[in-house]
Design a protein around this ligand. Sequence first.
Ligand code: HEM
Length: 405
Amino acid sequence: MNPNESNETNESNETSSPDFFTASFTQNPYPVYEKLRKDDPIFKVMFPSGEFGWIISRYEDAVQILKDSRFSKDIVKRYGADGQSIFSSNMLFSDPPDHRRLRGLVQKAFTPKLVADMRSHIQSIADVLLDELPSQETMNLIDDFAFPLPIIVISEILGVPAEDRDKFRMWSNTVIEASTGQNAELFQQHEREFTEYLTAWFAKVRQEPGQDLISQLVIAEESGEQLTEKELLGVVSLLIIAGHETTVNLIGNGILALLEHPEQRDLLIQKPELIHQAIEEMLRYNGPVEFSTSRWASEDIEFRGQQIAKGELVIVALDSANRDEEQFKDPDVFDITREKSAHLAFGKGIHLCLGAPLARLEGEIAVSTLINRFPNMKLQIDVDTLEWRPGMIVRGVKEIPVLLK
Ligand code: HEM
């Protein structure tokens, strides 16, 4: 909305909102985002929960909000302790000093150096997954490759059995799709099951700690100062969910972009050294995170002429910021030779993605291995018939059936 327009127009925008919360918006949000950046860069909407909030679509505004501590992530301060599920007792939903304490406990496991040392192991996981495909003619890129790769890696880091990955996927899907406002009962049931599973696992680890990250966190929790039981559940469930959901979609959306731009795929096959830039471009062009970068105003804030009331939600639309024509030349062009992209796919500020080095490495290995092994891979169905996942948290396709040869 133009900042000079009256509140009346503001109210009418609330009711005539584009359908942000549907799978069809997720499929192609870019025309809506382009219009918002032009006409209504700070746009007021009603969320499926019935709460009002603002959608921020321009790059510069996104950066400013993500760095402004008046926009809080603290769930307990906003909704009280009752509003907190195990999935929100972690650094992503806290402000300093709790944020610093919780992030500090896990960040040493994800440094660029430690992650780089995992390269050959992750490569062997990718190779085995492709060697053991049910068929060498066709595959479902998500189920057969993009999903198992990151879930195996994060399970190994945490020390939980990778064979339980279908359970993690089911619980995690419920959390991701809960943002549609549906299935409250299923959410509670899966939250309970996930909690029971992790609690039993922590008991086992207490008896026999190993070298894994959960063992280190359990020891920190037992010392009684650094981490509560609830936070332990919150941090581990966040790492399981964030550690695969987004990377699945980096691989899925990234390969989809290559299949839709065969000249870019051919260029990457000819010049494999472009893989780093290609991954950054995939993150910019079709980023895996949709509306999960939310904050709430901890006080009344005037932002670019709009009055954001204390308590209102603010959602930074990263995929829109990443197509902002003021920031990126020809933003709708998928160009794997683009340099210095400075995209916001991993966020900005104190909550900048902790797993970014790992996600980048997994993305590079997954994409290079796939296109080298199957350079003629094609979509088996029309791109417009692919089904996008509902929910506001991640942006990705449910299944990508491909012909491999
Ligand atoms: C935070 C994106 C992979 C763990 C974030 C945020 C974004 C993001 C945008 C910030 C959210 C906000 O500011 O509200 C992504 C993308 C990924 C990815 C696009 C893959 C392509 C991963 C992986 C892990 C991970 C593999 C686990 C190892 C986290 C954690 C946070 C976070 C723990 C919270 C950080 C904090 O609050 O300080 N991620 N992520 N992410 N991510 Fe990722």
